[in-house]
Design a binder for this molecule. Structure first.
Ligand code: NDP
Length: 327
């Protein structure tokens, strides 16, 4: 028997409960994993609280990320003892996920744990950190370099934002961070931000083109924040848009695109092809300094997940939250 967080739906409300399961309860996928850690992302918050229609079939074990060791494998790619990481692929939404001491996964969802990274560090990165790296790769592919100028990160004290600030700083970029929390200013400075911008300033209604301030941006918020970012990006700048923490709208015009040659690049981590994931994980393992893990992550148990899920939806979680199912 092993422990897992199970979601059920009763009278349209989502109920989360830690239960004892056995291996025969798990869906039949080709790799059985002893889970060392999972993590809490915004999407997990939506799933566990039932805020978003993330989950259609109940019961469901949530948790969109996991890392652990292979216990049994019917795949030639993995053997017992291999350390693996899984993020995305609709796990924790359509397929049972990582908030469990054991999990069964499809082998093609798994990547080897990169050399030099512990399982706990991999989950301090998780989907959020992978997404940050993919956003930076999008900026680079758009021709942005540290010499281009300052990069603005929105939702900066959240998971994606925190990793993005740390990575950009490590790569030599000048980083500006947008946050709604004054209490996070010191934290963001420690991660490498040199300019702090208030959430109010960035969500104010803007003209189609404002004064040019940023060489590029990483946006986790959407809506009026993304619209303002686009209106303030330099000629030829690039914005990577990956989130909707402030809303799904985009009240902008074509002006930044047709008059300033601005590029808006969407970023998805869920269905990201495996070779690109492996490249992103390698760079993450090489780039993030030890201080990032100490500064930007906390560890919680399965029992604490429902409370933390409420907090992440309310925008009250700073940095990354690692879930240890063995606590
Ligand atoms: P977090 O909750 O950790 O971070 C979101 C941050 O956004 C908050 O910490 C807060 O930052 C800011 N924020 C929250 N509410 C608002 C608001 N109403 N207006 C403006 N800012 C707000 O979530 P994650 O970092 O895990 O995810 C961020 C976003 O990215 C989510 O929308 C998520 O769904 C998306 N995402 C997308 C992925 C993809 O593959 N495309 C993968 C991972 C995440 P602060 O306090 O600093 O203002």
């Amino acid at each position: 028997m092993f422990k897992a967080l199970v979601l059920e739906q009763e009278e349209k409300k989502t109920i989360a409960e830690v239960r004892q399961l056995q291996v025969s309860d798990l869906p039949d996928e080709d790799v059985l994993i002893a889970v060392d850690y999972s993590s809490l992302n915004y999407k997990d918050g939506l799933a566990v609280t039932g805020t978003g229609k993330i989950i259609r079939d109940f019961p469901m074990v949530p948790g969109i990320d996991l890392t652990g060791k292979v216990l049994e494998s019917r795949s030639d790619e993995f053997k017992p003892g291999d350390a693996v990481v899984m993020t995305g692929w609709s796990v924790g939404e359509r397929f049972w996920g990582g908030y469990s001491q054991q999990a069964k996964m499809k082998s093609n969802w798994l990547v080897p744990l990169p050399d030099g990274l512990t399982g706990q560090q991999a989950m301090a990165i998780g989907t959020a950190g992978l997404t940050s790296m993919l956003c930076i790769m999008a900026l680079e592919e758009g021709g942005i370099t540290p010499d281009s100028g300052e990069i603005l990160v929105t939702g900066a004290a959240g998971g994606v934002g925190s990793v993005a600030v740390a990575l950009l700083s490590r790569l030599g970029y000048k980083v500006a961070a947008v946050t709604g929390r004054e209490s996070s200013h010191d934290y963001l400075r420690k991660l490498g931000a040199t300019t702090l911008v208030t959430r109010e300033e960035m969500s104010e209604k803007c003209r189609p083109l404002e004064a040019q301030r940023w060489a590029g941006g990483i946006d986790t918020v959407g809506d009026s924040t993304l619209a303002r970012l686009l209106s303030e990006v330099d000629y030829g700048g690039v914005v990577a848009a990956c989130g909707l923490a402030g809303g799904v709208g985009l009240p902008t015009t074509v002006m930044p695109f047709i008059l300033r040659n601005v590029r808006l690049q969407g970023v998805d981590s869920v269905m990201c092809p495996k070779p690109r994931r492996i490249e992103a994980w390698k760079r993450l393992s090489e780039l993030l300094p030890e201080s990032f893990y100490a500064e930007a992550s906390q560890v919680v148990s399965l029992e604490q997940v429902p409370e933390m899920a409420q907090k992440i939806i309310a925008g009250q979680v700073q940095g990354r939250t690692i879930v240890d199912p063995n606590l």
